[in-house]
Design a binder for this molecule. Structure first.
Ligand code: GUN
Length: 294
């Protein structure tokens, strides 16, 4: 497992520098999904022997408080990585997130969202790349899925997943199509894919008609369903996921419809697919940032 593989690097850094690699996560507000992501990130770093600290800000905090926290962490020598969890409270305004990402020291930008890191990725000389697409790539490579010359179709053009995913696959010599809400006949375009990445954030949006038989499908989406009718629409009577919903009162599902399993050559599960890889990449990027800074 990747996190175990990284432990010797953590130990080597710690003995050389006299301190562990450090990550600071800034969390503003109480978005339930963010609470879970952040908890997993902090725990993974902690278990790997890093120093993980949480900077918590109230939902009603002023935007300048986020910028102040980032400024303080930028100059803190024991902090190698800074991650401001998205989304920020909507009250902070539309451009708030990018302004915060712009304010993070690029050398500590473990999310790879700073424009200089994005630019380096475009030119294929990156060092810190967004964790979710990086995790998807790691997953494909570890599964031995050939990328060079293959047609990769990505659905979703976000700065966090779709765009960096397209660039990473392009740099592995895939032929890349980046689709979005205005793409004409999306199922037909998706059906051309040898590798299909779904990153739209709409539960079960990618149905079997989107998938060429045998294609590799990477499901990045994760949505919590809390209505029985939604779960019943996706899973037939007697399906184990229905029982799971009944036991927990909610169910996590991806962007890919369960029927795709019958068509795809390989399909990443939700939960337990891309999510844990993303967490592992936060750890890897923190180590990379720490080593580069030292
Ligand atoms: N929100 C959802 N995914 C991410 C991510 O990769 N990084 C940050 N900072 N926020 C997120």
């Amino acid at each position: 497992m990747i996190r175990a593989e990284l432990r010797p690097r953590v130990a080597a850094f710690t003995s050389r520098r006299g301190r562990p690699p450090g990550l600071a996560v800034v969390l503003a507000g109480h978005n339930p999904a963010s609470e879970i992501y952040v908890r997993h990130k902090l725990r993974a770093l902690d278990e790997a022997g890093c120093r993980a600290q949480l900077v918590r800000l109230d939902a009603a905090a002023a935007f300048t408080e986020v910028l102040d926290a980032v400024a303080r962490l930028n100059t803190d020598g024991a902090v190698d990585g800074i991650l401001v969890q998205s989304p920020l409270p909507t009250e902070m305004g539309a451009g708030a997130e990018q302004r915060v990402f712009d304010a993070i020291d690029p050398a500590k930008d473990v999310d790879g969202f700073h424009p200089s890191n994005v630019g380096l990725l475009v030119q294929n000389r990156s060092s810190l790349v967004a964790c979710t697409p990086l995790g998807c790539l790691e997953l494909l490579e570890r599964a031995g899925i050939p990328l060079a010359g293959r047609h990769a179709v990505i659905i979703g053009r976000s700065n966090i997943v779709g765009k960096p995913m397209a660039l990473l696959l392009l740099h592995r010599d895939a032929t890349v199509t980046l689709c979005h809400s205005r793409t004409v006949d999306l199922p037909a375009v998706a059906r051309e894919a040898d590798i299909l990445v779904a990153a739209i954030g709409r539960p079960a949006f990618v149905t079997a008609e989107f998938v060429k038989p045998g294609a590799t499908v990477v499901d990045v989406g994760i949505t919590r369903l809390d209505q029985a009718s939604e779960v019943e629409r996706l899973f037939p009577a007697g399906h184990p996921r229905r029982r799971q919903f009944q036991a927990n009162g909610s169910l996590l599902v991806g962007d890919v419809h369960p029927d795709v399993e019958e068509v795809a050559g390989a399909l990443t599960p939700v939960p337990g697919g891309v999510g844990p890889l993303t967490i592992a990449m936060v750890l890897r990027n923190t180590l990379t940032a720490a080593e580069n800074r030292a």
